[in-house]
Design a protein around this ligand. Structure first.
Ligand code: 4AD
Ligand code: MG
Length: 462
C-alpha cells in the first residue's frame, strides 16, 4: 500500500518516486504550472502536487482533473518553496480514476452550510470539517477500548434486539415481521405476539446495561460499546434516535468508585484526542468553538466538582426567574438547568448525585432516606448531561418493590432479579453518550453533524 498523505508530509525531500492517492480539493493553473491540492482523509492538510506544464505531456487528461476527481499522482517529494508545507510532490505522471464534473459535483470550493452538507451526507466526509470529525470519532473509539483494556475490563457484546425495556421508559422501537396491514390477533382482539418472528414482543435496545450487569456478575468489570435506540420525539441538537453508548459495569463497586472511573475515563479520552488529533483540534478551536482545545486541556487538569441534587436545586432556585421551567425539589433537570449549573455555578464539569427516585430509573439503589437514589449525572458546559450512571439496587426485596411501584412486571425481569438472588454484590456503572462526547470534544453545535448518518424524528435519509 502506498503511504498516506499524513506520512508523506513528514518525509524529507528525496529523489525516490512516491505515489499519492486521493481526491482533488483545488486546482490552480497558470501558463507554466498547475497546482493540485490532493486530500486522502488521513489528515486535514492535503499534499500540494505541482505539475510543470512545459514538460508534462498529459494535458488532455489534466483538463479533466477538477475538484472532487480521484487521482493517483507519481513523482518526487521536493522541498516546497511556499510557506504552507515542507514538501510538495513534483508530478511526473497522473492517473485519473474518476472525474467529478464541475457542473454537477456538489462540493465545489466554497464554504457550505452544515445544513446543506446534511443533505449530501454521502459526500460530506470530503469536507475539512466532517473529515476532522470522522478522524476524532475514530481516535476516541480507539481510546475507549484502550482505557478499558488497560484496566482489565472485558468488552461484552450485548444484544441489539431486546425483549426488556432497560430504562423502563417505554421509548422503544418495535421489531416485528408482521404485515402491519394484517396483524394477527388473539380471540380477545389483542395483538398475537406469539405469531411474531420472535414469538413475543421485541424491540431495539435502549441500553445494554441490564445484560451488561449479568456479565459484570461473572467477569467483575465489563463494558459495552454499541448502538442504542430511543424513540423519544425530542427534536434537539443533542438527541438522536440512534446513538452510540459506552456502558461500563463494575461489581464490588459503589457510587464513589463509579464516579472516579467516569472522571478518569473522560479525562483519558480528552487527553488522548489532544495528544493524537492536534491538527484537527486546532481546526475546531479556530473555526467551530473558539479555544475548545484549551478548554479540554483545563478539564483534564482539574478535579470535577461534586454536588447533590438537593444542593443543585437550591442553587437553581436562586435563578428561577430566568428559566423557562422554574425548578423545585422533585423536578427533573432540563438542559437549561444543567447548563446553568455547569456553565455558571461550577464553570466546568460537575457530577450531580442523589436524585429523587421518581425521576430516575428503577434499577438505581435507594438511599436510606427512602426518597433519593444513588444516581450520578456528569454535566458539561454547552451540552448538559453527557454521562448518566448509578450504583445499582442489589437488594432483591427493595428492587422488586421498586419495580412493582413503577408498574413494571418483575416476572418480565426474572433473569435480572436472579442476579440479586444468587451472589448479589454492590455494583455500579454508567453510560457515556458517545456522540455527545464527540460533540463536546469538537465543539460541534449539532449532534447530527458528529455521526455519519443521523437518525432522528422524521429523519432517516440515506
Ligand atoms: O442517562 P441514560 O439514559 O442512561 C442509561 O441508558 C443507563 N443505562 C446508563 C448506565 O448506567 N449504564 O443515557 C446515558 C447517556 C446520556 O448521559 C447521554 O449522554 C446519552 O446516553 N444519551 C443520548 N445521546 C444522544 N441521543 C439521545 N437520545 C440520548 N439519550 C441518552
Ligand atoms: Mg440520563
Amino acid at each position: 500500500m502506498n503511504d498516506r498523505i499524513s506520512q508523506l508530509l513528514k518525509r524529507a525531500p528525496s529523489s525516490e518516486l512516491v505515489v499519492v492517492e486521493g481526491w482533488v480539493r483545488t486546482k490552480r493553473e497558470s501558463k507554466t504550472v498547475c497546482f493540485l491540492e490532493v486530500n486522502d482523509g488521513s489528515c486535514l492538510k492535503g499534499l500540494q502536487v505541482v505539475i510543470d506544464l512545459q514538460s508534462f505531456d498529459q494535458s488532455e487528461l489534466l483538463a479533466k482533473v477538477t475538484t472532487g476527481a480521484a487521482v493517483s499522482c507519481t513523482g518526487e517529494l521536493v522541498a516546497s518553496p511556499g510557506g504552507n508545507q515542507a514538501v510538495e510532490l513534483q508530478a511526473r505522471s497522473i492517473v485519473l480514476h474518476g472525474e467529478a464534473p464541475v457542473d454537477t459535483y456538489p462540493l465545489q470550493k466554497k464554504r457550505h452550510t452544515l445544513e446543506y452538507l446534511r443533505e449530501i451526507a454521502h459526500l460530506r466526509p470530503r469536507t475539512n470539517m466532517i473529515g476532522a470529525v470522522a478522524r476524532v470519532r475514530n481516535e476516541v473509539s480507539y481510546a475507549v477500548h484502550s482505557f478499558f483494556h488497560d484496566r482489565q475490563f472485558s468488552y461484552v457484546h450485548t444484544p441489539i434486539i431486546s425483549t426488556s425495556d432497560a430504562e423502563g421508559a417505554g421509548e422503544m422501537f418495535q421489531v416485528t415481521t408482521f404485515d402491519l396491514d394484517n396483524i394477527p390477533r388473539t380471540e380477545e382482539g389483542a395483538v398475537d405476539y406469539a405469531k411474531d418472528f420472535f414469538g413475543r414482543k421485541a424491540s431495539l435496545t435502549v441500553s445494554g446495561q441490564l445484560e451488561g450487569e449479568t456479565y459484570a456478575m461473572a467477569l467483575k468489570n465489563i463494558y459495552t460499546f454499541g448502538p442504542t435506540f430511543r424513540a423519544e420525539n425530542s427534536n434537539t441538537k443533542r438527541h438522536l434516535s440512534e446513538f452510540w453508548m459506552i456502558e461500563p459495569e463494575m461489581a464490588f463497586c459503589t457510587l464513589e468508585g463509579d464516579m472516579q472511573v467516569a472522571e478518569d475515563f473522560l479525562k483519558y479520552i480528552f487527553a488522548h484526542v489532544l495528544d493524537n488529533c492536534s491538527e484537527d483540534m486546532a481546526f475546531f478551536s479556530q473555526w467551530v468553538e473558539k479555544g475548545v482545545a484549551d478548554t479540554l486541556r483545563s478539564v483534564v487538569e482539574k478535579p470535577f466538582v461534586h454536588m447533590t441534587y438537593t444542593d443543585a436545586v437550591a442553587e437553581l432556585e436562586k435563578n428561577n426567574k430566568s428559566f423557562d421551567y422554574p425548578v423545585h425539589w422533585g423536578s427533573d433537570l432540563q438542559t437549561e438547568h444543567e447548563r446553568y449549573l455547569t456553565e455558571v455555578v461550577c464553570k466546568g464539569p460537575v457530577i450531580v448525585t442523589d436524585y429523587p427516585k421518581e425521576i430516575k430509573a428503577f434499577y438505581m439503589k435507594l438511599n436510606d432516606d427512602g426518597k433519593t437514589v444513588r444516581a450520578m449525572d456528569v454535566l458539561v458546559p454547552r451540552l448538559g448531561e453527557i454521562i448518566g450512571g448509578s450504583e445499582r439496587e442489589s437488594r432483591l426485596d427493595v428492587l422488586t418493590e421498586r419495580m412493582v411501584s413503577l408498574n413494571l412486571d418483575p416476572a418480565d425481569y426474572w433473569w435480572y432479579l436472579d442476579l440479586r438472588r444468587f451472589g448479589s454484590v454492590p455494583h455500579a456503572g454508567f453510560g457515556l453518550g458517545f456522540d455527545r462526547a464527540i460533540q463536546y470534544i469538537t465543539g460541534m453545535q449539532n449532534i447530527r453533524d458528529v455521526i455519519p448518518y443521523p437518525r432522528a424524528a422524521k429523519q432517516a435519509d440515506f
